[in-house]
Write a protein that binds this ligand. Structure first.
Ligand code: F6R
Length: 609
């Protein structure tokens, strides 16, 4: 939630800040603002709405000359998305401006204290207390003021500060929110995410929690929580600028759907060598840990939770170890049964989801070892976990995840086979069948993408539905959960995912003439059962769009329309099966004129609980 960026160098800061904010807009897009220091004076402009409005209001940044500044794009938590509540926030005397990503939990008490000392608040935000604290603690030493301020804050923050008294200098400090420093030549940056930096520099420093950095055009100095200088190695971003651009597609979401075969290859191929799964990311310690595991708990939010549901079926089927999947925000509050024989698998694209982080902490406190399946390198979840498997999907910019989700399933499938093999549960024939099937997933995904024109046609035909159902059994049901979420979040059309047989325990009352039911029938063993459920809704007037594999031609007898996805091993069917439904959501949303990459009320990474 929220993106921050800062620049100090020799170029005009404002256009660079606006460019950086555009790259971070996926993190929040209800309002934005920038503040620039020029000759020891700060100027600030804020605007509600998308970055375009800020760009117009500042004439592309030309209204704010100066080579040092900070910017923010917001997803409102405390206070409506108005100009006043937008960041930056300035001190009463105009000496400090700050941008903040995170939540200050003790802001009410701080606000009362500061009001009592005469500070005047302009906004309803939690953030504004920070700038008044800075003002209160500043006695000519910016570093000291920032550190004393940070010591008063409870909650999470990635904070950028500019001060009129110290021209050309930025301060940045973080606690449980992402913050990355970009190392340039004669210029330096900070940002919430490398996407805002990569067109300027590929050299970055990942700050640790509690660390504080002072940036000038020529230097970056990092201090630990006690104010002692610490040295940091510089990491190199491995992907190119184009990976974070639309590359000719109308939307990032469509581009990312199309990128799935490539992303899948990156996740899978390096991990299968000479027919054997090699999880290089692990050391022998994981093998020892896994041999002591009696139970697995998968935790995640949203689509990552849906990937976890697919993972449960795969692991239980192959590894015969009990697996529980729980939404992270629920897991931590229900006194979960987790002990030192539990493996907690946390799944997250961003690696910054607050509830997933909290669930990991809960699991660790109870003795579990934590394995993270994460896309963003150096993210909080990656750092917090005992073992990490990266999904290598590359940057995912569209708010609705696509390649993030499918690569999570690809990695879970590798893990399921690895675990089953470690437990000695697979014959050599089954092992090579499964690894062969996993290696074929990029090609199967491409063939599913080739359904694009047919899906676009069907989306046009069904775009006017106001409420619909996705039904399926077993793995098909897990895929229904994701298909339904995709449609809801970008097209705003109500839909529900139902275990196909469960429908008749009440919800079938909603099936009426012309109601669209999307029936997923790729589970071969349950195909005839799903056919019966299709007949039940047809008998009540529903229109049925079926998704099945090439062997399921008899679905024609019942369905109004059919999408045939490529055949895979039944345990691996989720990936090709979701692809046409991602496209379906995309084309329905597009036909209905929705803002696909920035759906209303959403943000890409949910860093608040
Ligand atoms: C939906 C979507 C969200 C995320 C969820 C978890 O398209 O993207 O449901 O899956 O917010 O995010 P991560 O995977 O970053 O932890």
């Amino acid at each position: 939630m929220c993106g921050i960026v800062g620049y100090t160098g020799r170029q005009d800061a404002a256009p660079l800040l606006l460019e950086g904010l555009r790259k971070l807009e996926y993190r929040g897009y209800d309002s934005a603002g920038i503040a620039v220091e020029n000759d020891g004076r700060l100027r600030m402009v804020k605007a509600s709405g998308h970055i375009d409005r800020l760009e117009e209001k500042t004439h592309g940044g030309a209204d704010l000359p100066g080579c040092c500044g900070i910017g923010h794009t917001r997803w409102a938590t405390h206070g409506a998305p108005t100009d006043v509540n937008a960041h930056p926030h300035m001190s009463n005397d105009g000496k400090f401006a700050i941008v903040h990503n995170g939540i200050i939990e003790n802001y009410s008490a701080l606000r009362e204290e500061l009001r009592g000392k005469g500070f005047v608040f302009q906004s309803e935000t939690d953030t504004e207390v920070i700038v008044h604290l800075l003002d209160m603690y500043y006695q000519g030493d910016l570093k000291e003021a920032v550190m004393r301020t940070a010591a008063r804050l409870e909650g999470s923050y990635a904070l950028g500060v500019v001060c009129a008294d110290v021209p050309g200098t930025l301060c940045a400090i973080k606690m449980a929110s992402p913050l990355i420093l970009g190392v340039g030549i004669g210029e330096n940056y900070f940002a919430s995410d490398v996407t805002a930096l990569v067109s300027h520099t590929k050299n970055v420093i990942y700050l640790e929690d509690g660390e504080f950095a002072e940036l000038t055009p020529e230097s970056i100095t990092v201090y630990d929580v006690a104010g002692r200088p610490v040295s940091h190695s510089i990491s190199r971003i491995v992907w190119d600028v184009e990976a974070a651009e639309k590359g000719g597609y109308d939307h990032f979401m469509l581009k990312e759907i199309m990128e799935q075969p490539r992303a899948m290859k990156a996740a899978i191929e390096p991990r299968i060598r000479s027919g054997r799964i090699v999880l290089d990311d692990f050391d022998d310690a994981f093998k020892v840990c896994f041999d002591d595991v009696h139970r697995i708990v998968i935790t995640a939010c949203g689509s990552a939770y849906h990937a976890g549901c697919v993972g449960r079926t795969m692991i239980e089927a192959l590894c015969r170890t009990p697996v529980e999947v729980d939404v992270a925000s629920e897991l931590r509050y229900r006194d979960p049964i987790i002990d030192d024989h539990t493996l907690l698998i946390a799944v997250s694209q961003s690696g910054e989801t607050a509830d997933t982080i909290a669930a990991i902490r809960e699991g660790k406190n109870r003795g579990a070892k934590v394995l993270a399946i994460v896309n963003v390198v150096g993210s909080t979840i990656a750092k917090l976990s005992d073992y990490v498997l990266y999904t290598w999907a590359g940057p995912e910019i569209a708010v609705a995840t696509t390649k993030g989700y499918t690569t999570q399933i690809a990695v879970l499938s590798l893990l399921a086979v690895w675990m089953a093999d470690r437990r000695g549960l697979l014959t050599p024939e089954r092992y090579s069948e499964l690894t062969g099937g996993i290696l074929d997933l990029p090609e199967r995904t491409q063939r599913a993408i080739d359904l694009n024109p047919q899906v676009a046609y069907l989306a046009e035909r069904y775009r006017d539905n106001t409420s619909l159902f996705f039904i399926g059994r077993n793995l098909d049901y897990a895929v229904c959960l994701e298909a339904s979420l995709k449609l809801k979040e970008i097209s705003y059309i109500h839909s529900e995912a139902y275990a196909a047989d469960e429908l008749k325990h009440g919800t079938i009352a909603l099936i009426d003439e012309g109601r669209l039911v999307v029936a997923l029938a790729c589970c071969e063993a349950l195909f005839d059962k799903t056919m019966s459920n299709i007949k039940e809704v047809k008998a009540r007037g529903a229109k049925v769009l079926a998704v099945t594999h090439e062997g399921g031609r008899r679905v024609f007898a019942e369905a109004d329309d059919v999408l045939f996805v490529p055949v895979t091993d039944p345990l691996l069917a989720a990936i090709p099966e979701i692809v046409p439904l991602q496209l379906f959501a995309y084309y329905v949303a597009r036909a209905n004129g929705c803002d696909i990459d920035k759906p209303r009320n959403l943000a890409k990474s949910v860093t608040v609980e």
